[in-house]
Ligand binder design. Structure first.
Ligand code: DPP
Ligand code: ZN
Length: 865
């Protein structure tokens, strides 16, 4: 497919100061009239070229005069000779009920809704559909009253009224300039949960969350999260909300998680609706963070938007960083950091080391939809964190205040963002731009050498980044390293006259750093709180990691020590018993440590996953990794049984459910304990195991919330057979009419790491409740399966066959969603045969398909290159 390049950026030839839209809604024939005021800012002879796709053009007029001299292609409307200032009227017709791309205007459960980011607005009307084309919008929606009582769009509701013939209208006006990707329209039958918020300056904002009829109670948590987000953004960033009304609508069919349309956020229902019987703690946690994320976009994204889609990370990286800060304040900094890093390593590190690696600011793309990636979002957030660590919290806040003030109402670039830091400090941060423009995860190597005579520690620091596609040579980056020292017994060691922690910024390829006053052979605790998104290689004997596990005051590095020790064992085909014993002892000490929170203990119990391990070894043999992990978990289960069981029994489930962090931490720990207990005790024919199986069945059977039900089901996966099937059937019987819970039912089965899962997934594709047109359901089954390392990587290639079939089928109607499933095949070169060849063949089969979408063609092509 043709490629768009950052280097070719040109500002638009025309400005559109105002945009007036009139919608006449009808499921198969919606009419959209657009009246645009246009002003030339480019060359005098530049034609007007508007984007438009799948639109049936009815009429065009300039300054009231019908125009017939224009050219229409599949993607554009061109009018060759136009005045310097004029009013353009167009009318088009679209078919929302037939729009399964879920971009533009479409229907979900009988309701109209829209998704315009990145380039969906061009499926609604002819327009300069690019983020630097900002306009003031007035929107009129006309529709039958029956079935469509609510007619919503951005901004403030100006007028509503009757049209006769059982029809009505609503008139909306958004006082803020915005790019087309932030436009939204919703119409339908909805229940509304109402509340209000008083801003820091005393303005009253009406808050409304619109949900499916009967679901109002499930929006209560999201409303609470919204109000906390609004307060937090005032306190942490000085950002106040700017309209009198803030609305959120939940829809079932949605390509993304959620969308920050000005004043009218639209959410995937899975990220908005929750109650204790249908949502897990993870759902609550994600709802809280996504509600915050979309709300925070009101400033980082809407008030200051992106000049072009290459700058996507400007709004996404910054907004993820902001929502992570919010979640950390709500739920605990250490636990949040561990979860964020775990997600970064699970999704971004693999992307950054494979054929789809791209910088946080890419230099070219075929479809921008393909760049809503972990790199843009998660690495983008890490880069903001790197900057903040380097300049410090106070300077960061001043720089952000400057950024919002200086760029308010504009479409900005990453240069503008970085320049705000220079503006407040007078220093040069251009090195930070390299973080945005360079792909690949830097490798940080630390070689410590201790001089006992001089009591000094020399740290030899080096950095290097491997080549990535299109970037054979790499530059060095500013890497902040938070560092402290421990004794081998795990006590904090001071250095440099009583210091306990220091921040080193490595800017060159190598640098020596000397710490003085180090009284004994130290254990280095580097990259505390994961101070930069790098891969750390630290030269040290193994007992040093045990010292950190035991006593590092930085909880992140304590968790990291356990991960590293477990990884060493898991990657060794024949680990020494002494190694396993030592790990079990270290783990036990952490589990019984009353000073550690349960949420942290749950995380420390989570051994590196098979996909984590796949990044630490070449070539990857998924069968070996699975067997190794299973064996190790079973060994720990047997060795630690008494401790695990005792801890399990200590945690009491309170009578009333609370979704708060502490209660969720207790549940997470209890479920992690159960999982490990069952990992080594799942044979019904052994008396000892029968007891543990009964425990898991009871855990599932008596669960009073979804978190514990899912925990019970996961524990029963170790058992398989009748107990597992009985639980699945009970779950289905109880929740078959709850779409969000049925998504879990599909996903749980698809992620079960048992060889029978392949046959199960093959059968589930034909289950009456499976529906590939609803992205949530499709991702639950197909995405869950593709992430299930040992099952997806089937030696006969049967797992790949399932994926190929599903991707090609979904690509015919929803390319954006289909393309996201290419990634699991992309790192085929890392795998041993026969997987390697099977994955490559799967990609070739996809690429050979006639009429492939640009989305899938771009990613499959890159993966094979
Ligand atoms: N901008 C959205 C988000 O990241 C994605 N469409 O929240
Ligand atoms: Zn976002």
């Amino acid at each position: 497919p043709p490629v768009i390049r950052l280097a070719d950026y040109k500002r638009p030839d025309f400005l559109i100061p105002t945009t007036e839209l009139t919608f006449d809604l009808a499921p198969t024939a919606t009419r959209v009239k657009a009246r645009l005021t246009l002003q030339r800012q480019g060359a005098a002879d530049a034609p007007l070229v508007l984007m438009g796709e799948r639109l049936k053009l009815i009429s065009v007029a300039i300054d009231g005069q019908a125009v017939t001299d224009y050219t229409v292609t599949d993607e554009t409307l061109t009018i060759a000779a136009v005045p310097d200032r004029f009013v353009l009227d167009t009318e088009i017709e679209i078919n929302p009920s037939d729009n399964k791309t879920l971009e533009g205007l479409y229907m979900s459960s009988g309701r109209y809704c829209s998704q315009c980011e990145a380039e969906g607005f061009r499926k609604i009307t002819y327009y300069l559909d690019r983020p630097d084309s900002m306009s003031k919008y007035r929107v009129r929606i006309e529709a039958p009253k029956a079935g469509l009582p609510h007619l919503l769009s951005n901004g403030n509701l100006i007028e509503t009224g009757e049209l006769g013939n059982g029809r009505h209208f609503a008139q909306w006006e958004d006082p803020f300039n915005k790019p087309a990707y932030l436009f939204a329209l919703v119409a339908g039958e909805l229940d509304v949960l109402e509340d209000s918020f008083t801003t820091v300056s005393g303005r009253e904002v009406a808050l409304r969350i619109y949900v499916d009829t009967g679901m109002r109670d499930r929006a209560v948590y999201a409303m609470d999260a919204l109000k906390r987000s609004m307060r937090w953004d005032e306190e942490a960033y000085g950002r106040e909300y700017d309209l009198d009304l803030f609305m959120i609508v939940a829809v079932r069919d949605f390509n993304f998680g959620a969308m920050e349309n000005k004043g009218l956020n639209i959410f995937n229902a899975s990220l908005l609706l929750a109650d204790s019987t249908t949502a897990t703690d993870l759902d609550y946690e994600r709802i809280e963070s996504v509600v915050a994320h979309e709300y925070f976009h009101n400033w980082s994204g809407n008030r200051v938007t992106c000049r072009d889609w290459f700058q996507l990370c400007l709004k996404e990286g910054l907004t993820v960083y902001r929502d992570q800060g919010f979640s950390a304040d709500q739920r605990g900094h250490a636990v949040q950091r561990i979860k964020d890093v775990r997600a970064l390593r699970a999704r971004q590190f693999p992307e950054d080391s494979g054929p789809l690696a791209h910088p946080a600011r890419p230099s070219s793309y075929a479809k921008i939809d393909n760049f809503y990636t972990a790199t843009i979002y998660e690495k983008g957030a890490e880069i903001v964190g790197v900057l903040r660590t380097i300049v410090g919290a106070d300077t960061y806040r001043r720089a952000l205040d400057h950024y919002f003030a200086a760029n308010d109402g504009t479409a900005a670039t990453l240069e503008d963002f970085v320049a705000s830091f220079s503006a407040v400090t007078g220093e040069d941060y251009s090195g930070m731009l390299d973080w945005y423009t360079q792909a690949g995860t830097p490798q940080l190597h630390i070689a410590p050498s201790y001089d006992s005579v001089n009591q000094s520690l020399t740290l030899h620091l080096t950095q290097a980044t491997r080549p990535t596609p299109g970037q054979p040579t790499k530059t060095t980056l500013p890497i902040p390293i938070r560092l402290g020292l421990l004794s081998e017994a795990g006590e904090t060691l001071t250095f440099n006259d009583g210091q306990t922690e220091t921040l080193i910024v490595l800017r060159d390829a190598s640098q020596d750093m000397v710490l003085n006053g180090v009284a004994e052979q130290p254990v280095v605790s580097a990259l505390r709180h994961f101070s930069a998104p790098v891969i750390l290689n630290l030269d040290e004997p193994e007992n040093h990691a045990f010292a950190r596990l035991k006593g590092d005051p930085d909880p992140f590095n304590r968790w990291e020590a356990a991960q590293g020790l477990a990884r060493t064992i898991l990657l060794n085909p024949e680990p020494a018993q002494a190694q396993i014993d030592a790990f079990a002892a270290g783990l036990k000490a952490a589990l019984i440590d009353a000073a550690l929170e349960p949420a942290f203990k749950a995380l420390i119990l989570g051994l590196p996953t098979e996909s984590d391990l796949a990044q630490s070894i070449l070539p990857v043999d998924p069968a070996f990794l699975h067997a190794s992990r299973k064996r190790f978990k079973a060994a720990l289960s047997v060795q630690l049984k008494d401790t695990l069981l005792a801890q399990y029994k200590i945690i009491v489930t309170p009578d009333t459910f609370s979704p708060d962090a502490q209660a969720a931490g207790d549940r997470a720990f209890r479920n992690a304990l159960l999982d490990l207990l069952l990992a080594g005790h799942s044979r019904a024919d052994l008396a000892d195991d029968a007891q543990m199986i009964a425990l898991a069945e009871n855990h599932f059977g008596t669960a009073t919330n979804m978190t514990d039900m899912v925990g019970g089901l996961i524990a029963l996966m170790h058992v398989q057979g009748a107990p597992y099937q009985a639980a699945l059937d009970a779950f289905y019987a109880r929740f078959r009419h709850e779409p969000l819970v049925m998504d879990k039912w599909f996903s749980l089965q698809a992620t079960c790491p048992h060889p029978d899962t392949l046959a199960r997934v093959e059968a589930l594709q034909n289950h009456p409740d499976f529906d590939a047109r609803t992205p949530n359901r499709w991702r639950a089954l197909v995405g869950g399966f593709a992430a299930n390392q040992s099952v997806f990587h089937n030696a006969e290639g049967k797992g790949y066959d399932v994926l190929v079939k599903q991707v090609l089928m979904v690509d015919t109607f929803n390319p954006m969603t289909a393309a996201r499933m290419i990634e699991p095949l992309s790192r085929f070169r890392n795998y041993v045969s026969p997987y390697k060849d099977g994955m490559q063949k799967a990609l070739e089969t996809i690429l050979a398909q006639p009429n492939l979408s640009k989305n899938v063609a771009e990613l499959a092509g890159k993966a094979l290159n």
